[in-house]
Design a protein around this ligand. Structure first.
Ligand SMILES: *Cc1c(COP(=O)(O)O)cnc(C)c1O
Length: 459
């Protein structure tokens, strides 16, 4: 009896086939509908005898006709970056090399690339070179890492090693944030045993009052660089100023907003972040590397190891701080895109997206039937359709339904949110492929589908 793993297709055939299919997919990406037709099923029972590598891949390719074209230029939902050519190539290489990045023993190469990638990211974001960094699956886990370091610091202030002892005997953790807090920061608080509800939302004055009431007891502050609904930034420098006068660890969620530091035009939004204690961002958003990729930076690397220590007789003692143990070398894509395009390339991308967001805002403002709902601070444009004759509730219902029309239509793709009691569209521009034509289509499609919806409601 032979070995099916050797007989049912080799690696070269598999990669050559995927390369050919991938090239086709990417060639169509700029013009594809975001939401293509549902395609072939991948269901059925577990096969007893496999069909071989090429058949399996062909079935997957056929079924992937239904894949959302989220790496294309007209996917504006959530905050969804694309993949630069260098990052995509490096990501393929990551799978070919299949390094386990958990320690320098399992992969000196992976550890090296990671060290350089973290150093370059600190430089890119103009954060102090001595900070520690961790590559994660995304901003949620990066928030978890930053807040784990914060939790360690906070317990230390009470004389307790929380990573060894847990919370027994400690008071509740005072956590302050603003209305812009992201659900993932609350999720991280839940995973850390601090609790989702621990975060109390305050403005600057409220923060000062709360600090006063603590009478010197230590606290954690979560500042938000880029609200996912509006692009709004907390007054981070002022929050850090206040924290410096008290005993507080400032954690900054900059999942996409940290990239404001790349351009002189928007850098002032993200001022003061270099004086915070932990800062996070996503790679799969504005760095345009593939899923999944995020980063956490901590001002004092000593807070990173204890929460994630992993000791066993068979393990090397040099494991790198991470909530994971075994993990892929996701540093390669980060390194490659920074090496390929440099600071200038990534700055130019951010500047272009900011200009595109401004272009859309200006269009919204001149169109009589569109209404800009908030000032566009960075790369998210908050607006709605506002035809004459619809009042409050009807207008809201109209925009909610229109939001679904846009998703079903698939030429452009973005979601709705609630803003100031209103239903609003919130396209976010973060993909290197996006052009003026793509962005112009946002307003065109809303006007067209909005008019159609009104016409059909009238009949
Ligand atoms: C997207 C986002 C997150 C969560 O990021 P994931 O990569 O999905 O884990 C957290 N915070 C903010 C501000 C975000 O925009």
């Amino acid at each position: 009896m032979g070995d099916p793993l050797r007989e049912k297709g080799n690696e070269s055939e598999a990669l050559a086939y995927v390369f050919e299919q991938a090239t086709r997919y990417l060639a169509d990406l700029d013009d594809s509908s975001v939401l293509p037709d549902r395609a072939a099923s991948i269901g059925g029972d577990l096969p007893e005898d496999g069909d071989g590598a090429l058949d399996a891949l062909a079935a997957l390719v056929a079924a992937s006709g239904s894949a959302t074209r989220s790496s294309g230029p007209r996917f504006f939902h959530f905050v969804t970056g694309g993949t630069t050519p260098a990052a995509l190539g490096a990501d393929w290489l990551t799978s070919v090399l299949d390094q386990n990045s958990f320690s320098a023993v399992s992969s000196p190469f992976g550890a090296n690339v990671e060290d350089v990638a973290i150093r370059w990211l600190l430089d890119l974001f103009e954060l102090p070179a001595g900070w520690g960094g961790v590559l994660t699956t995304g901003a949620t886990m990066a928030n978890f890492v930053g807040l784990a370091a914060a939790r360690r610091w906070w317990a230390e202030q009470h004389g307790v090693d929380v990573d060894e002892r847990g919370f027994a005997g400690l008071p509740a953790v005072p956590v302050f944030s603003t209305a812009s807090i992201h659900a993932s920061a609350r999720k991280a608080l839940a995973m850390l045993g601090i609790g989702r509800e621990a975060a109390r939302l305050v403005d600057l004055e409220g923060l000062e009052r709360e600090f006063g009431a603590l009478e010197g007891a230590p606290a954690i502050v979560i500042a938000n660089a880029g609200d996912v609904n509006t692009g709004h930034f907390d007054p981070i420098a002022e929050m850090v100023d206040l924290a410096e006068g008290h005993r507080a660890w400032v954690h900054v969620d900059g999942a996409f907003g940290l990239f404001a530091r790349l351009t002189p035009e928007s850098a002032r939004l993200a001022e003061g972040i270099d004086r915070a204690h932990s800062v996070i961002a996503d790679g799969h958003k504005w760095l345009n590397v593939p899923y999944d990729s995020g980063f956490a930076f901590v001002h004092d690397p000593r807070y990173l190891r204890p929460p994630f220590q992993l000791s066993a007789a068979y393990l090397p003692s040099d494991e790198r701080p991470s909530p994971e143990a075994s993990r892929r070398a996701r540093a390669l894509a980060v390194w490659a895109t920074l090496r390929a395009y440099g600071r200038a390339g990534h700055r130019a991308m951010v500047e272009r997206h900011v200009a595109l967001a401004r272009r859309l805002s200006e269009r919204v403002e001149v169109e009589g039937e569109l209404e800009l709902l908030a000032e566009t601070t960075l790369n998210i444009v908050l607006f709605r359709h506002r035809p004459a004759g619809l009042e409050r509730d009807a207008l809201d219902a109209h925009n909610l339904a229109l939001g679904q029309d846009v998703l079903d239509d698939g030429r452009v793709f973005f979601g709705t949110t609630r803003y100031d009691g209103m239903t609003a569209f919130r396209p976010a521009i973060v993909n290197w492929r996006t052009t003026e034509t793509d962005v112009d289509l946002i307003a065109d499609v809303v006007l067209e589908l909005g008019a159609r919806r009104l016409a059909s409601a009238a009949t």
